[in-house]
Design a protein around this ligand. Structure first.
Ligand code: NAD
Ligand SMILES: O=CCC[C@H](NC(=O)CCC(=O)O)C(=O)O
Length: 490
């Protein structure tokens, strides 16, 4: 339980807003409760970040890095406790939340390299003087996190933003306040100066108030396309503010001519159902060739899916899938399935909301071949895979591209020529061959096109949106040029 839920100007403070709480969706227990930040407290958090900015941006990169390294060490020391908190708030199994903490630790080294590589200083000789390319932090930035990776994804904005010299007001998902609190406590222990990282907790209205604050210089957002678009509209007319949007997807996976059916089924399951389908990169639409091999693959997929273990995050024998984030999210998936069935989709494995008071759902597969042209282009953020049978490879690629999103896409097939054909035509920011489309590397850019992002990829390229470039030509004395412009006399 937490009462002092907000971290403003280096002090843990009780909220002055309304009651908020965090519920463990697997055990159905309240695990955190507090009061949200009031608009005055949000204002104080921005002011504190503004006050801390000059001092923080004046520190050297090495000084900032040494604090980030201490934070990485504290993450390592506290790995089991943080992995448990993530599991409790999200329902994700412990095997998976341990990998989330590992990704958070890995982010520090990767961001250090990315900072040097993408935003370091370049010096070029000139006939007179020198030319420099350097980078400066934007100032005060707001970081918004989603619930599905409550540690790793905000961490993916916070670490590079701090290394670049920005100060931050962090607004985590209202579904995962406990993890945010623990993260910020570790930064505090690592020795981050007061005001450099502030935490305000609350629901949508907290997000709205922070996003609307006149004194933020930018906003780094990971979340749904719906919210991202609202923020984009809100930032219209403010070209001076940097907005990085990491949003959802309606990601396709095409299978064609694979020899090893089990290997393909493995990659499909890993793409569609890991994290109970709650990854932005999860496969939502699966295109399978309409032939005997396609039939065999689909039968095997159905068989394996029915055997997927769903269970408690702390079960001794770990499940593949834990609970979804909330009972509402789980019933939302059952509703989405019912709507697709109503449109003419045929369930091959029915998704079940296993206990309506919890977030547990079993994975589902629905054949949407007959409604592929009429079904809504929506991200159903859970373990429901839509299957479409195709006769023609190019038509399958056209269908795969028939979405306003463009985050991840994959091809499973043994022909390199087919993959190259697919690669040329498919429109997405992450395109994989014979690998799951989830599990993207932090050492690569991560972002999508269309409704999936605004061309500010995160992960390795997060460095790019955390600083702006400054070009300088410099000479250590004011000097008359050797050759004067025509018409000038000295
Ligand atoms: N591309 C990526 O990197 C990526 C990664 C993870 C998740 N996602 C996407 O995130 C979504 C799931 O996360 P979510 O449900 O937490 O997203 P969400 O959009 O509901 O919430 C994200 C954050 O925005 C805040 N927020 C919500 N409405 C707001 C508003 N009107 N104004 C200001 N702030 C507001 C929330 O409180 C939260 O902190 C999925 O769509 C998923 O695909 C994308
Ligand atoms: O839910 C969306 C993120 C999914 C995750 N992507 C990453 O971890 C990107 C790498 C990074 O941000 O460091 C995935 O692909 O599974």
């Amino acid at each position: 339980m937490s009462t002092q839920a907000h971290f403003i100007a280096g002090q843990w403070t009780a909220g002055l807003g309304h009651d908020i709480q965090s519920i463990d969706p697997a055990k159905k227990a309240v695990i955190w409760s507090a009061k949200s930040a009031s608009s005055e407290q949000i204002d104080l958090a921005v002011k504190s970040a503004r006050q801390a900015f000059l001092g923080w941006s004046d520190t050297t990169f090495e000084e900032r890095l040494s604090i980030a390294k201490r934070y990485a060490q504290l993450l390592t020391d506290n790995k089991p406790a943080l992995a448990l908190a993530i599991a409790q708030e999200t329902g994700k199994p412990l095997w998976e939340t341990a990998t989330e903490v590992a990704a958070m630790i890995g982010k520090i080294g990767i961001s250090e390299k990315a900072y040097q590589d993408r935003t370091g200083t370049v010096e070029n000789p000139m006939p007179v003087g020198k030319a420099f390319i350097r980078h400066k932090p934007h100032g005060v930035v707001a970081v918004f996190g989603p619930y599905n990776f409550p540690g790793h994804l905000p961490n993916g904005h916070i670490v590079p933003a701090l290394l670049a010299g920005n100060t931050i007001v962090f607004k985590p998902s209202d579904l995962t306040p406990l993890v945010a609190e623990k993260m910020v406590q570790l930064w505090e222990q690592a020795g981050l100066p007061a005001g450099v990282l502030n935490l305000v907790q609350g629901e949508v209205e907290t997000g709205k108030a922070l996003a609307a604050h006149h004194d933020i210089d930018g906003l780094f957002f990971t979340g749904s396309s719906r919210t991202g678009k609202l923020l984009h509209e809100q930032f219209a007319g403010h070209p001076g503010k940097i907005l990085a949007l990491e949003m959802g997807g309606n990601n396709p996976l095409i299978v064609k001519d694979v020899k090893d059916i089990d290997a393909a089924v493995h990659d499909i399951v890993q793409s569609a159902f890991v994290t109970s389908g709650q990854r932005c990169t999860c496969a939502r639409r699966l295109f399978i060739k309409n032939d005997a091999q396609g039939d065999a693959l689909l039968n095997r997929l159905v068989e394996v899916t029915k055997q997927i273990k769903v269970g408690q995050y702390d079960d001794d024998e770990q499940p593949f899938m834990g609970a979804m984030i909330s009972k509402q999210a789980a019933s939302g998936m059952a509703k989405a399935q019912a709507e697709l069935q109503q449109l003419g989709g045929v369930s091959l494995v029915e998704l079940q909301h296993m206990d309506t008071e919890s977030g547990f759902v079993s994975p589902g597969i629905i054949d949407v071949t007959k409604i592929i042209d009429s079904m809504p282009d929506e991200e159903h953020f859970g373990p429901l895979l839509k299957v479409c049978r195709y006769d023609d490879f190019d038509a399958a690629i056209d269908h795969a591209n028939n979405t306003s999103f463009g985050l991840s896409a994959g091809f499973l097939g043994d022909s390199q020529e087919d993959y190259q054909h697919f690669f040329k035509r498919i429109r997405a920011g992450i395109v994989n061959w014979n690998r799951p489309i989830t599990g993207a590397s932090s050492a690569a850019p991560f972002g999508g096109i269309g409704d999936s992002g605004n061309h500010r990829a995160s992960a390795y390229y997060a460095a790019d949106y955390c600083a702006f470039p400054v070009a300088s030509v410099e000479l250590d004395k004011v000097t008359l040029p050797g050759t004067l412009s025509p018409g000038l006399t000295f």
